[in-house]
Design a protein around this ligand. Structure first.
Ligand code: GLU
Length: 549
């Protein structure tokens, strides 16, 4: 019996040979330097912030080199897959403007390197497992889980390295006859790699981010085909990334220690080893120690956390881009008129030791980002957020679309825009006093002037003798000044500071009374603009209300 025939018995019924598969998935015809990268999630339906960072880097690397970015579904661990998991991932990523050139889409596969779902590629994995068996680089293993467990226990007890290698690899040297006999007896088997590595030998590996690192060779006879006929992650990674012609495997650092196994697989399969880039994790401080941000422990690991808070997706991306390359922020500062798409990400500038997740920085980026938006964009985002999280406020925004846009436009579309909104869950809190339906102050934040009589005097004088909705800003201000002086307050700050004792206070104290009476708040955007929007009727109503408070 030839080894090919033997391989056919072990993995029967494969439609194509590995050579045919090689021809079906030829080298991609891309310009030099083009990066082919991928996002390869298990369909668990949940994109967390670390995965988003990795995906973004993959996406951007392909984009900036005119390469290809594709989506592959890694569902060989069928226990972990959830229904609709992949659609949820696609939807989540689309919100962040991460789009795939190729791979799984909601409407099926797109591209000529598919199928892009691992459970549909069984035949392909088998073809390559057969290649290894035929070349005596893989073999069937009949060891039961029980036996493996016992061996592990002995290894642990003796302080030996764990795993299926060397003398522990019991099925490694079974002859073809022994194997065929076991199969005839109905014994179940999996397929293992016949490792050619020597654990006592070292090799140097060059990671795009981490640089050169020394590893011992792998001597483990790792499983390549499991008992359910599907490949392990390791084997599928090698076969898929080779056939899909991935140039760069950009993935989370948790895979770094698998490098000896993975590079060995590529070499033993006769494949060119792709470039690897291992992204260090986002870290969090927990009781004085640093640890990886965790899906289970940290609410801020979930993207839904930011959606609920109302941080715009674009702001999250800007933050992640600063995590990816710390010079990004400076670049943005220096290239305000350019699209961030023009920034070139560089593996060499990526962190090798883990980056602290900096929530305050994210909020700050969000605040700056929102401040540069147009009022109509802010309106849209605020409404979108409110529709999901604050129905009552959404109704108000919908009812007063024009008015709300004007409210958001106060101190907005100008050189130094107001940076009041950092996230949209706070919009009602910041603008409620601009809506009659919501204006029910529980207290008034009076400041320097809080004597009831004096407040009354100022408010009455203002409404009766000075206020006119048609005044332009300069007139409005001049009147405020004049009124202040007439009531014994300094009309300008210089005069006040020179002789504070000559006055009851100054123009700022007087206008504060009007501000608080109209909004109940001591901190608001520009009072003149607020008054313009509120209009005479409301102003009078509110002053009356304040006088009664
Ligand atoms: N399915 C693997 C994961 O979800 C992919 C790792 C890789 O990018 O190769 O971690």
């Amino acid at each position: 019996m030839t080894r090919e025939e033997y391989a056919n018995i072990l993995l029967p019924g494969v439609k194509h040979t590995w050579q045919e598969y090689e021809e079906m998935y030829p080298e991609r015809n891309l310009k030099e330097g083009a990066i082919v990268s991928r996002y390869a999630p298990s369909p668990t339906g949940f994109v967390h912030i670390g995965a988003l960072l990795t995906t973004f880097i993959n996406y951007k690397m392909a984009r900036q080199t005119d390469g290809v970015f594709y989506l592959r579904v890694e569902d060989t661990d069928q226990k972990r897959s959830i229904d609709d998991g992949i659609n949820r991932i696609i939807e989540d990523l689309a919100k962040f403007d991460i789009k795939f050139d190729e791979g799984v889409t909601k409407a099926g596969d797109k591209g000529s390197y598919g199928p892009y779902t691992q459970s549909e590629r069984k035949d392909i994995y088998w073809a390559f497992a057969k290649k290894l068996i035929a070349e005596d680089k893989a073999y069937p293993c009949f060891c039961t889980e029980e036996e493996n467990k016992n061996d592990r226990a002995v290894q642990e007890k003796n302080g030996e390295r764990l795993g299926y290698y060397g003398k522990w690899a019991k099925c490694r040297n079974l002859s073809m006859e022994e194997v065929l006999e076991k199969i005839n007896n109905g014994e179940k088997y999996i397929i293992r790699l016949k490792s050619n590595g020597d654990f006592n030998k070292k090799f140097t590996f060059k990671d795009c981010i981490k640089g050169k690192v020394e590893f011992p060779e792998s001597d483990e006879d790792i499983v390549i085909i499991k008992s359910d006929g599907l490949p392990t992650y390791h084997f599928a990674h090698a076969v898929d990334d080779h056939l899909m012609r991935t140039t760069h495997v950009i993935r989370g650092e948790e895979w770094f220690s698998s490098i000896p196994k993975h590079t060995q697989l590529f070499v033993m399969l006769g494949f060119k080893v792709p470039k690897y880039a291992h992204i260090s994790p986002l870290m969090i401080e927990d009781n004085g120690t640093r640890r990886k941000i965790s899906k289970r422990k940290d609410p801020e690991a979930a993207i839904s956390y930011y959606h609920e808070k109302g941080i715009p997706n674009k702001a999250i991306m800007l933050y992640l881009e600063t995590v990816a390359n710390s010079n990004f922020e400076m670049w943005m500062e220096q290239n305000k008129d350019k699209s961030t798409d023009e920034f070139i990400l560089d593996f060499k500038k990526m962190s090798t030791g883990g980056t602290m997740f900096d929530y305050d920085k994210l909020i700050n980026i969000s605040k700056n980002y929102i401040s540069r938006l147009r009022a109509s964009e802010i309106y849209d985002l605020a409404l979108e957020h409110a529709k999901t999280y604050n129905e009552k406020f959404a109704k108000i925004l919908e009812k007063y679309k024009d008015y709300s846009t004007k409210v958001f436009n106060i101190e907005r579309e100008q050189k130094k825009p107001r940076k009041d909104i950092a996230y949209f869950s706070d919009t009602e809190n910041q603008t409620w006093y601009m809506y009659e339906e919501l204006f029910t102050p529980t207290s008034y934040e009076w400041q320097n002037i809080n004597d009831k009589k004096e407040i009354e005097l100022i408010l009455n004088t203002y409404v009766n003798d000075y206020y006119n909705i048609n005044d332009d800003k300069q007139t409005w201000f001049d009147k405020m000044k004049k009124m202040s002086e007439s009531l014994g307050y300094a009309g300008d700050m210089k005069a006040y500071k020179a002789n504070p004792d000559n006055y009851k206070g100054n123009i700022a104290d007087v206008s504060m009374v009007i501000r608080v009476a109209l909004t109940s708040k001591s901190m608001t955007p520009d009072l003149y603009e607020i008054m313009k929007l509120l209009g005479t009727e409301n102003i009078q109503k509110r002053i009356k209300k304040a006088l009664q408070a």
